[in-house]
Ligand binder design. Structure first.
Ligand code: MGP
Length: 302
């Protein structure tokens, strides 16, 4: 499946896969160093041919695969649309939605009203489960108006109030509906792949920043509105504009996420201006500024 994807998707998918494979290797190493490792001098016979014969990846056998490639972390898909508002009945493009319990954290409680209509769809933690989900849900271009998909790291709710989001912000782009109906599905797919493959945050992809830095990405969202689509990428922190090296460093990290989003994921040339009727640039706004509804908002544009 990966071989037919255009380059940004292929890159993101490859990253998801190499993350999965690296994780597998680590696990294999731990196992070899564990209790079941052979005694010194003991030779274990391994039937390589039999082992190879039993491995069926999703790429060699899309229905009967028996190997799963774990992601860096589990992700949860959430959904809302006019049909999910105020009801818990089967009214969705996928399945029925039971009442979603909102976590009893201060953030969860504060966001209760906002989360009422947002339904949890599924949590997955492997490349294969992601493709299984993706192949079975309605793409954004076919969603009703005023619907949203939210793909967030497991344990983080898609609300400003969540601990992981409350000091953060979002990169977003608004695209006029008519001109982008044909491309929005791919843009959303590449955005999800880059998120689950952890290609957004430069500290994770460069290997700098010491042992396993926490990714700045908390989730990605696609929204359908009567006249436009919006794709957003939420971050854990946001530069405050305060003088100092820490804020400058954070701003650089956030800007690099925005550039990767614009050029490698959405496919626009770096210098291209995108704003126009119903269209915005790829722009960053802290959630605190979003709550103020644009008053004195300090936007970053790439
Ligand atoms: P929106 O759906 O993100 O924006 O937020 P949009 O698409 O411009 O507006 P819409 O009316 O076309 O949907 C819409 C409104 O929802 C905001 O102005 C807030 O009042 C509320 N809201 C949005 N978010 C992301 C949150 C949130 O995380 N928490 C809470 N409490 N309210 C939110």
């Amino acid at each position: 499946m990966a071989s037919v994807l255009p380059s940004p998707a292929l890159q993101a998918s490859k990253a998801a896969l190499s993350a999965a494979l690296a994780e597998n290797e680590k696990e294999a190493e731990t196992k070899t160093n564990g209790d079941e490792s052979p005694e010194p001098g003991e030779i274990q016979e391994v039937d390589m041919q039999a082992q190879a014969d039993t491995i069926r990846t999703v790429f060699s056998d899309p229905t009967n695969f028996n190997v799963k490639h774990p992601l860096y972390s589990p992700w949860t898909l959430w959904f809302d649309s006019p049909a999910t508002k105020g009801r818990n009945l089967p009214q969705t493009p996928m399945t029925s939605f039971p009442q979603t319990p909102v976590p009893h954290t201060p953030g969860g409680i504060a966001a209760q009203g906002w989360m009422e209509d947002i339904k949890k769809v599924i949590t997955f933690d492997s490349v294969e489960e992601f493709w299984g989900l993706y192949n079975n849900i309605v793409p954004p271009s076919q969603l009703p108006q005023k619907a949203n998909y939210y793909l967030f790291k497991e344990g983080i709710i898609p609300a400003w109030e969540d601990e992981a989001n409350k000091n953060g912000g979002k990169w977003s782009i608004q695209l006029p509906r008519d001109k982008n109906r044909a491309v929005v599905d791919k843009m959303w797919l590449y955005t999800m792949l880059a998120a689950i493959g952890e290609t957004f945050d430069p500290l994770l992809t460069s290997g700098e920043g010491g042992e396993q830095p926490t990714s700045l990405i908390t989730g990605v969202i696609v929204s359908t509105r009567p006249q436009f689509y919006r794709i957003s990428l939420w971050t854990r922190t946001a530069p405050t504009g305060a003088a100092g090296a820490d804020d400058d460093k954070l701003r650089e990290r956030i800007e690099s996420i925005g550039r990767h989003f614009k050029t490698n994921v959405l496919g626009y040339p770096e210098g291209q201006r995108l704003a126009g009727a119903l269209a915005t640039e790829v722009e960053f706004l802290s959630h605190k500024d979003s709550e103020k509804k644009g008053k004195q908002a300090k936007k970053i544009v790439v």
